[in-house]
Design a binder for this molecule. Structure first.
Ligand code: SAH
Ligand code: SF4
Ligand code: F3S
Length: 448
C-alpha cells in the first residue's frame, strides 16, 4: 500500500435515494482498502465519481450540468489528469451514450458492478475507456467489503437488505436501472448489523427499493419475510432503533404489521407510497392495489400501532389523469393524514410504458395540481408537528448543534430536534417538545 500522502484522492458525489448513499459509502470502503483515499473536495481530487439518479428527467439533467462544471475545472488545470467516472442509475440506463455526450468521462459503471471498480480504475489509468453495466447483484454484495475496512459511522446507518424491483410500475425506471429483485441472506444482514452496532451505531435503517419484498431463509429453516427479520434484528446488542424504507403496499403482511405492534425498537414511522388516489390511474400505473386496499391497510397498521406516523409519495399528472382523478388523490390524502409526504410531477422516462400512453397531461395543469396537493400535505405536516408540542418524546442525539451546548437529534418520526443538553451523541433522551418549526422541533431536556 502506498503511504497516506501518495494515495490517489477520490471524490464521490451522490445524487438520488438512500440506496445511492449506502452504495457510495460501501464504495468508499472498497477504494480505501485499495490505495485510494476519500476527499470531500472535488477540486483536490484525482478521480471524480458521480453516483447518479435517473428517476426523473431533472435528476438526469443534473448529471450533465455537473459534467459541464467538471469540464471547465479540467480545462482550467490542463497540467493535471483527472479521472471522471459516472456510476449509478443513469450510468446503467444510458451506458456509452454518456461518453458520447461527454468525452471527458472515462468510465461508466452500473450499480451492480461496483465491486469491479478497483480493476476498472487500473484499466482507465492506462488510458482505456470502460463501460460496465451488467447485472450481477449477488457478486456485488459478496464482494463489497463489510469487515476489511472499518470506517467511521455516525449514530445512524443504512443497511441495504434488498435491491432491484420486479414490480414494473409503468412510470418507473428502477426495474431497468437496478434490475430484478435480489435479497441478501439473513446471515449477511445480521452480521453487518452486528458490525455496525459494534462500531457504535444506535439506529439502522434497512434499505431496499422494495424493502418489504425482502425474503430469505431464517435460522429455523423456514422462509422469512421482513417482519421475521425485524424480530431477529431487534436482538442485536447495542441497537436502539430500527427503521426500513421503502415499502410497497402490496407487501405489508401480518408479521410485519405485528412487528410494528410488538417491537418498541421499531420506530413508529412508515413510508408507504400510494402515488395516486384514483383506481383507474393506479391500474394504469400497474400498482396492483386499489384505493380501498390501501385505506384498509392503513387502518390495520394504525390498529397495530396507533401512534404511527405515515409518510407517502405521490405523482400528479400521470397520463390520462383527469380533474376528477386528481380530486380523488386529494380525497385520499385527506382521509389518510400524512405526517410527511413527497409529491412529484409525472416525468416521462424513456423506455417505460408510461411514455407512450395516451393522454399526456399539460405541464401547467401538472403545476397547478402539484401546488394544490402540496398545500394540503404541508398543512397536514404542520398539524402533525403541532400536535406533538408539549409532549415528552424520545430523541436520539446525532450530532452537536451550531450553538454552545446544543445537540441535534431525531424524533421517532424522523423530525430533526434541536435541544440544549449535556447528554452525549448516540444516547436517547426524553425531550419536551417546546416548539414546532416548519420541518423540525425545538425541545428542552433536563429542564433547560
Ligand atoms: N420503490 C419505491 C419508490 C422508488 S422511486 C416505491 O415503490 O415506492 C421514489 C418515488 O419517485 C416514487 O415513489 C414515485 O413517487 C416517484 N417517481 C418514480 N418515477 C417517477 C416518474 N417517472 N415521475 C415522477 N415521479 C416518479
Ligand atoms: Fe418503481 Fe414501482 Fe418498483 Fe417502486 S415498486 S421501484 S415505484 S417500479
Ligand atoms: Fe434514483 Fe436509482 Fe435511487 S434512479 S431514486 S438513485 S434507485
Amino acid at each position: 500500500m502506498q503511504s497516506e500522502d501518495n494515495r490517489r484522492k477520490v471524490f464521490i458525489k451522490t445524487y438520488g435515494c438512500q440506496m445511492n448513499v449506502y452504495d457510495s459509502q460501501r464504495l468508499g470502503d472498497l477504494l480505501e482498502g485499495e490505495d485510494y483515499t476519500m476527499t470531500s473536495s472535488m477540486e483536490e481530487a484525482d478521480c471524480i465519481l458521480l453516483n447518479t439518479c435517473h428517476i426523473r428527467e431533472k435528476a438526469t439533467e443534473k448529471l450533465y450540468s455537473d459534467l459541464g462544471r467538471v469540464r471547465v475545472m479540467c480545462e482550467e488545470n490542463p497540467q493535471t489528469t483527472i479521472i471522471v467516472g459516472v456510476i449509478g442509475c443513469t450510468a446503467q440506463a444510458e451506458g456509452e451514450e454518456i461518453i458520447r455526450r461527454s468525452p471527458l468521462v472515462s468510465l461508466v459503471v452500473g450499480p451492480q458492478t461496483y465491486h469491479r471498480l478497483p480493476q476498472i480504475l487500473k484499466e482507465v489509468e492506462k488510458g482505456e475507456k470502460v463501460v460496465a453495466i451488467d447485472y450481477t447483484v449477488k457478486a456485488k454484495f459478496s464482494n463489497l467489503p463489510t469487515k476489511k475496512v472499518k470506517r467511521q459511522h455516525g449514530v445512524s446507518a443504512f443497511l441495504t437488505i434488498q435491491e432491484g424491483c420486479d414490480k414494473f410500475c409503468t412510470f418507473c425506471v428502477v426495474p431497468y436501472t437496478r434490475g430484478a429483485e435480489v435479497s441478501r441472506t439473513v446471515d449477511q444482514i445480521v452480521h453487518e448489523a452486528e458490525r455496525l452496532a459494534d462500531a457504535g451505531v444506535s439506529e439502522i435503517t434497512l434499505l431496499g427499493q422494495n424493502v418489504n419484498g425482502w425474503h430469505g431463509k431464517g435460522a429455523d429453516g423456514s422462509e422469512w419475510r421482513l417482519g421475521a427479520l425485524l424480530f431477529r434484528l431487534a436482538e442485536v446488542k447495542g441497537l436502539r432503533r430500527l427503521r426500513y424504507t421503502t415499502s410497497h403496499p402490496r407487501n405489508m403482511d401480518n408479521t410485519l404489521i405485528a412487528a410494528h405492534r410488538d417491537l418498541s425498537i421499531l420506530m413508529p414511522y412508515l413510508h408507504l407510497p400510494v402515488q395516486a388516489g384514483s383506481d383507474r390511474i393506479l391500474h394504469a400505473m400497474n400498482r396492483r392495489h386499489t384505493v380501498s386496499d390501501y385505506l384498509r391497510l392503513v387502518e390495520r397498521i394504525r390498529t397495530a400501532r396507533p401512534d404511527i406516523a405515515l409518510s407517502g409519495d405521490f405523482i400528479v399528472g400521470f397520463p390520462g389523469e383527469t380533474d376528477a382523478d386528481f380530486e380523488k388523490t386529494l380525497k385520499l390524502a385527506d382521509e389518510v393524514f400524512y405526517a410527511s409526504a413527497y409529491s412529484f410531477k409525472y416525468s416521462s422516462r424513456p423506455g417505460t410504458p408510461g411514455t407512450s400512453m395516451a393522454g399526456q397531461v399539460d405541464r401547467y395543469i401538472m403545476d397547478e395540481r402539484l401546488q394544490r396537493l402540496q398545500a394540503l400535505l404541508n398543512e397536514q405536516q404542520r398539524q402533525f408537528l403541532r400536535s406533538k408540542v408539549g409532549t415528552v418524546t424520545d430523541i436520539l442525539l446525532e450530532k452537536t448543534g451550531r450553538h454552545e451546548g446544543q445537540m441535534i437529534g431525531r424524533s421517532p418520526w424522523l423530525t430533526p430536534v434541536a435541544v440544549q443538553t449535556r447528554a452525549s451523541v448516540g444516547t436517547v433522551v426524553n425531550v419536551v417538545i417546546q416548539k414546532a418549526m416548519r420541518n423540525s422541533f425545538i425541545g428542552t431536556h433536563d429542564g433547560k
